[in-house]
Design a protein around this ligand. Sequence first.
Ligand code: GTP
Ligand code: MG
Length: 526
Amino acid sequence: MIAEPDPFAEFLRPPLNETPSERATRRIREAEEKRISDAIDEQIRQERQILQKQKELVKVLLLGQSESGKSTTLKNFRLEYARDEWEAEKASWRAVIQLNLVRSITSILDTLQAEIDGEPPSTILDNDEPETPAQPRGSVDILSEFNDVDSNTSAQPALSLEEIQRFQLFRLKLAPLRRVEMDLKLRLGAATEEVTSMDEIPETQSDPGTEIYSLESPDSRHMLRMRKNRRRRIQGEEMVVRGLRWREFLTYGRTRSISGKTRASFEFQESAEGGAAEILSGCKEDMKRLWQDGDVRGILKMRKMEMENNAGFFLNDIDRIATLSYLPSDDDVVRSRLRTVGVQEYRIFVDTTNSNSRGSTPRREWVLYDVGGSRTMRRAWIPYFQDVNAIIFPISGFDEVLLEDPSVNRLNDSVGLWKAIISSRLLQHTTMVCFLNKCDILKRKLRSGIQFRNFVRDYGSQPNDITPIAKFIKDRFRNIAIKYSNQQRTTYIYTTSVTDTKATATTLRSVRDSIFRENLASAQFV
Ligand SMILES: Nc1nc2c(ncn2[C@@H]2O[C@H](COP(=O)(O)OP(=O)(O)OP(=O)(O)O)[C@@H](O)[C@H]2O)c(=O)[nH]1
Ligand SMILES: [Mg+2]
């Protein structure tokens, strides 16, 4: 039986009287049409793939005030989930650690000079002073819980002639470290300078919490302006980062792919780093003598210079660091301090579950944004709120003030920020994780006799121990989350010391599981 011709095929059939030249033209036209059609198909396929990938990408923002531990948390993530990159970059942290050590030494020398000159200690926090009822300027004491500290001065015993001579000799012998400090700062750029109250650009009279809150206006023109400004601002900040060449330097350390003038400049700076190592090794014994000197310790104590609690504390590691062959350990990199300027993006691949016995686990790409936490940088955060799956928010320092505004207690500032972030409509579906961080320092301070109740009015007569204090702070942050969330959500709050990488690895696994659980359950991931 002869099959009926398909009407559609009939319709497409070339005319029977087609000439050879018409056939040739038709075939060229058909080939071109097919090429265009294939290109469109490929474009659609690629767009689908990108969309799929974006859906699968887990976006995590690290937010919080400066020095709360955001970058240190990020380092823990990279240590766990981007080991190769971490190893490749590790040696590049040597300059940062050298600078951290040198700065501790020069700040001790400056303190000694202040003592010799008879300058009164600038701020002394009295452990047992009654609380001050005054509301600190510019703070966000939404629940009126956290007080600022009182300050006063105490009489200083006069230095003996022998002490003055000994301290002057330290200054003389360790003078070459000033040059090292200058060279390393030049090399690493703006991130090596902490923002102080002198650098703060007054933006608004509002507090940091309402600043973020008000930027989240429902006015779409405002949002559009924000997005436009975002590009400008971020580009500007990236230029700062590029200006300081920190991340480029890490890349250079890894790939050596930078060419021309920049390469020459890095090579010059690498030799400067070698110079720093030589000077440090030459000053090693004097640095150790200075740090071990009982009178020096006495003056530091009297002036409440708690070196051990400071960021980038390496004074107990002089023997190891002040050598020509020094290479940083994982622990050194985690403990080092380099301020984040602008917003930095890192990509890692995270196992969706703990490794099984065969070691093969499916992985998901995460993008982590690490932001600068000082007050002038907080406006740059908002554009990153869009589509973010989780926020990790470290807090620290109940008895300390902001470097950029010494009238604001750090815990008070964190409360304001937390409230603003929790209330954000853009973040209403975001998984919230809060780290009560630097618990090691908190424990040390409580052991040294600092009274929590002197800083936190509501704490009353409860014991001055880590367990009830941690519970108290966690409850406060959890209650704020319940009170200010736009819809019901679970908030994850952990006590952490993120410089302890082993304990933090366990916490991060739990955080990972919560983020996967919450976001896999949401429509976005199914
Ligand atoms: N002892 C102790 N030190 C910590 C802890 N977490 C962070 N640090 C140290 O505190 C310093 C500041 O931490 P960062 O992670 O740089 O702070 P940040 O939040 O990124 O600060 P910005 O970049 O200025 O916003 C670093 O030297 C860290 O090593 C902790 O749990 N315990
Ligand atoms: Mg940082």
